[in-house]
Design a protein around this ligand. Sequence first.
Ligand code: ADP
Ligand code: MG
Length: 254
Amino acid sequence: METILELKQVVKSFGSLTAVNHIDLKIKRGEKVVIVGPSGSGKSTLLRTMNFLETIDSGEILFEKEPCGYVTRGDKLVLDSQKKLCALRSEIGMVFQQFNLFPHMTVLQNVMEGQVTVLKKSKAEAKDTAYKMLDKVGLPDRSDVYPVTLSGGQKQRVAIARALAMQPKMMLFDEPTSALDPELVGEVFDTIRSLANEGMTMVIVTHNMGFAREVADTVIFMEQGDFIAKGTPDEFFSSKVLHPRISEFLDKLL
Ligand code: ADP
Ligand code: MG
């Protein structure tokens, strides 16, 4: 399988703090990458650089082998034209911990919005796709309500439908179940799992080790902006003994 997204020596700092420290990563089409690690280790920042929500200080990001997003001005990297970025962002969907639905729009409008404004689809076409995506996430009968009336699990599934409606080539999930009551976690993981089974390329930040073990092709442990370990779930979980910090981290989760 070919590489869909590649990060080369990506660095992102906030003042004197290096949140992402010379990261190299290749993600293959269809691959499921799970990133784990303590709070503040740079997981969200790394995910946001992949979607160009965070401007990197140095390094390179290639999507489908093409360097993208950045041009060099003097000794600085600056984000490229709006147009190129928009096209790129619509190809990489993102789902956040806090759902980030538009509260003043119905569920249907939430799922239609990006299709109309970014993809320039007709309303009819956007609506058609929105219904299909709501069906896919198991919410065919919630299209006309406002987000405030939904449970957290339903909100997150709407957020997933909204991302999918942009027909992305890959999906990023940043702790998609961390804001949910425990009984609502399952329905969101079920939705993500079925996407995974359909072959979607995805990067998922989660503390749910069961899910990591089940769905991941690759598990990465991140600490202080660095990858401390990277491997298949089997390699990762058996390497516990070799990596005291990972073992300590996993023990704390139990
Ligand atoms: P994680 O998702 O693993 O918890 P983050 O990527 O959110 O970690 O944060 C990594 C580090 O970068 C933390 O020390 C955090 O405080 C810092 N950080 C993240 N975003 C910002 C920001 N916008 N401004 C300043 N510091 C930030
Ligand atoms: Mg985070």
